[in-house]
Ligand binder design. Structure first.
Ligand SMILES: [Fe+2]
Ligand SMILES: [Fe+2]
Length: 149
């Protein structure tokens, strides 16, 4: 899942036009590369090093690609990118929240702490995107309204 995200984010950085959004994606790409390393570390503890494609992520990335193609202008494309990114964050929050809870129930506090640290960054990224969305959505709506007149 994290590997798929680190592959998708460079395109999202490239396609985003709002500077704050571009920066938020860049920051989260750096964080996501850290998530790859942390998850690989956890898997190694179980002697696992193979990766499995996350079907949810594949679907979300495919939808995001459609949204980028279909966007009428830059503001609408930015809004679409935020929506796609927040869907990804919400999926990650669900996955890491579940895994953190399972690790806690199994009494593995070290692993629960690693998962919690990732979860915090996913939640922070989501909050940041909500803040940017509240500003950019207004621009996109205004433009859409103006076009419709
Ligand atoms: Fe992540
Ligand atoms: Fe994330």
């Amino acid at each position: 899942m994290e590997q798929q995200i680190t592959k998708a984010l460079p395109t999202m950085i490239e396609k985003a036009t709002d500077p704050q959004l571009k920066q938020a994606f860049q920051t989260h790409l750096d964080e996501s590369q850290g998530h790859v390393a942390k998850v690989e570390g956890l898997l190694k503890q179980f002697g696992k090093d193979e990766t499995i494609t996350c079907k949810v992520l594949s679907a979300l990335v495919s939808e995001a690609e459609d949204g980028i193609k279909d966007a009428a202008d830059d503001a609408v494309r930015d809004v679409t990118l935020i929506a796609a990114a927040q869907e990804v964050e919400h999926h990650e929050i669900a996955v890491y929240g579940t895994l953190r809870t399972w690790a806690g129930l199994l009494g593995d506090t070290a692993q629960a702490d690693v998962l919690e640290s990732i979860l915090k960054e996913e939640k922070h990224a989501d909050v940041l995107l909500t803040g940017i969305a509240s500003r950019i959505n207004t621009t996109a709506e205004t433009r859409d309204y103006a076009t419709a007149q």
